[in-house]
Write a protein that binds this ligand. Structure first.
Ligand code: ATP
Ligand code: MG
Length: 409
């Protein structure tokens, strides 16, 4: 190993981080990976692996304090919502990162919304909920529809759309069971197209690299749970609408204080303009920044973020799209129960427009009732000459090609 080979610490080595670990190796870096799961798939590609939870800040700090073998140049993750772990470790090793204060704001939906509200960023109405009686009172005052969610989880865990049909006591306890700190937030439900956005802040400029329509066509079917069924690029919004969303996204990222590195936005274009559901101070997961955006535009921001994390100026040419293809993702939603067989998978290998196929559950596994994004059975990513074709192709795979046989619960 060359002496000059630089070292990156990767927080997380699960399937969501394998891409970053492999890319780091391709870029000639030495990779130290940590993950609470000793069997994490990314460990197979890293140079050194340690079974430490990415949320165990004390454990990570101790590890860094004792690690003398090599100088670590930077720290990063992707998909995992752990901005505080990343910022604290970056500070310890002296590598570029957002401040701890900003990481803390980004880790709590309530703190974030309060801060953004103070700065005048367009948001849904919201309030903190700390008891059932308070929830009942707020619902009476505001009226339906509303959204109740834990302040500190992700993957739509515990996120419930409140309508007159939903029992408030059930909703309160259900959502609370997903809150690490016990706090909940109640928000106005925003009507309008939902968009995922992503970008990188570098030397005062914000480069927006990802902009995708989100598909919530099954919202009624999955009610009261808010489960997204994939998305598509390029967005169907007009240029003007896209600019409107991007302006508010960037305004929110700056208001939050993200002055370096990645930011991901959950945005809604309402009839009163674009509004922010949340800003995450991290790279996206769910095939967005590593699969769908690169397939559509050729831009890979994981690469850029990696350079920034280790203190290298990124090559700004990497932000320039090199193509414009249609890309779509759709999910599999078989009924809950034991998966006996999955038919049709062998046909996917021969279809050149199927670019990625992922199974989160396999034959023999029991699929839980669908309440959040972790209960989706798998997904397919397709390309097309345009977005319409990509969507049709993804829907064909889900409807006609892959069949789950399930022993219902
Ligand atoms: N107030 C709202 N109005 C409309 N849609 C909402 C609202 N709140 C949440 N959603 C939808 O539900 C999704 C999940 O909510 P949120 O992002 O707050 O939770 P999460 O657990 O962080 O989920 P994820 O990890 O998927 O972003 C949002 O990305 C958005 O699409
Ligand atoms: Mg979110």
């Amino acid at each position: 190993m060359a002496k000059s080979q630089r070292t990156i610490l990767m927080l997380g080595a699960g399937i969501e981080q394998v891409y970053a670990i492999k890319l780091a190796k391709k870029k000639g870096l030495y990779v130290i990976a940590v993950d609470k799961n000793p069997g994490a798939p990314g460990f197979n590609f890293a140079d050194e692996s340690y079974p430490i939870s990415t949320r165990d800040i004390d454990g990570l700090r101790k590890f860094i304090g004792k690690y003398k073998k090599r100088k670590i140049s930077g720290v990063m993750t992707m998909a995992s919502d752990i901005p505080l772990s990343v910022a604290i470790l970056a500070k310890e090793i002296g590598s570029p990162s957002i401040s701890l204060e900003v990481a803390e704001l980004a880790s709590d939906k309530l703190k974030m919304k309060r801060h953004l509200k103070k700065k005048g960023v367009p948001l849904p109405w919201f309030c903190e909920i700390d008891s059932l009686s308070q929830l009942e009172k707020s619902v009476k005052e505001r009226g339906y529809p509303l959204v109740l969610k834990p302040v500190d989880n992700s993957g739509a865990r515990g996120v419930i759309k409140l309508t007159p049909k939903v029992d408030l006591a059930w909703a309160y306890h259900f959502s609370r069971s997903y809150s690490r700190c016990g706090k909940l937030i109640l928000e106005e439900f925003l009507e309008g197209p939902q968009i995922s956005t992503e970008g990188v802040m570098w030397q005062g400029r914000f480069y927006i690299t990802g902009f995708s329509d989100r598909n919530y066509s099954k919202l009624e079917e999955f009610s009261p749970f808010m489960v997204e069924d994939g998305g598509s690029i390029p967005s169907s919004l007009s240029k003007k609408e896209t600019e409107e969303v991007n302006t508010v996204f960037e305004e929110a990222v700056r208001a939050l204080g993200i002055d370096i590195g990645p930011a991901k936005g959950d945005m809604v274009l309402t009839k009163d303009g674009a509004k922010v559901i949340e800003i995450a101070a991290r790279l996206s997961g769910g095939n967005f920044c590593d699969v769908k955006v690169p397939l559509s535009t050729g831009v890979d921001i994981v690469d850029v973020v990696m350079d920034i994390s280790i203190g290298d100026p990124p090559d700004l040419k990497k932000f320039i799209p090199t193509k414009n293809l249609g890309v779509a993702e759709r999910f599999f939603f078989p009924p809950a129960g034991k998966i006996k067989r999955i038919k049709g998978l062998e046909r996917l290998a021969d279809i050149d427009w199927v670019k990625k196929f992922t199974l989160y559950y396999r034959p023999g596994d029991t699929l839980p009732p669908l309440t959040d994004h972790t209960g989706r059975a798998g997904s397919v990513v397709t390309v097309g000459e345009n977005v319409k074709q990509a969507i049709e192709r993804a829907e064909t795979v889900v409807r006609d090609i892959v069949r789950f046989e399930v022993e219902k619960l």
